[in-house]
Write a protein that binds this ligand. Structure first.
Ligand code: AMP
Length: 182
């Protein structure tokens, strides 16, 4: 049983690693970005509200993701652990998560900070070619990460949850280090 949060800049490899680890650990990979992209594709009310923010590389309003996470963590498959990828994304989401977990009597075991130098992030994102991976949107997403998400590194290190992993090595080496956390 493991409950993990993956932090790290866009392009750090969070999604790929979270997906691999979720298979190894038999726990769901919960990616708010994936859920939102799916909602946008399906043109659900959530997707319609989120789309413009996502196209710009801005965070969608907290209330949208907070509701989504609360719903997702209440589902059956999430009772035996999870990997959160892309949530929380700012301090107020992290505080919300603290309160929610206290309410449902669960606790985060580790918060993984995947560290990758800026230059590498930029080239990885440009190669990936997702719809929100144009250069100006990428620059905005990196800026949003620095301003809003990076403060979570301190937030979780003060709570003794932080594990920093060098994300600038082969995919296999990163996976190996992560498997030790399960
Ligand atoms: P990601 O796939 O995690 O890079 O997320 C893609 C986009 O979805 C982000 O650029 C945001 O617009 C939005 N998003 C994903 N997770 C969150 C979150 N926790 N809070 C706000 N916006 C989010």
């Amino acid at each position: 049983m493991a409950r993990l949060i993956f932090l790290g800049a866009p392009g750090a490899g969070k999604g790929t690693q979270a997906q691999l680890l979720s298979k190894v650990g038999h726990i769901p990979h919960i990616s708010t970005g994936d859920i939102l992209r799916h909602a946008v594709e399906q043109k659900t009310p959530l997707g319609v509200k989120a789309q413009a923010y996502m196209d710009r590389g801005d965070l969608v309003p907290d209330q949208l993701v907070v509701d989504l996470i609360q719903e997702r963590l209440s589902q059956n498959d999430a009772q035996s652990g999870w990997i959160l990828d892309g949530f929380p994304r700012n301090v107020s989401q992290a505080k919300f998560l603290d309160e929610l977990l206290a309410e449902i009597e669960q606790d985060v075991h580790h918060v993984v900070n995947l560290e990758v130098p800026d230059q590498v992030l930029l080239s990885r994102l440009l190669e990936r070619g997702r719809k929100d991976d144009t250069e100006s949107v990428i620059q905005n997403r990196l800026q949003v990460y620095r301003n809003q998400t990076a403060p979570l590194i301190d937030f979780y290190s003060q709570r003794d949850k932080l594990v920093t992993i060098n994300g600038n090595q082969s995919m296999e080496s990163v996976t190996k280090e992560l498997e030790n956390l399960l």
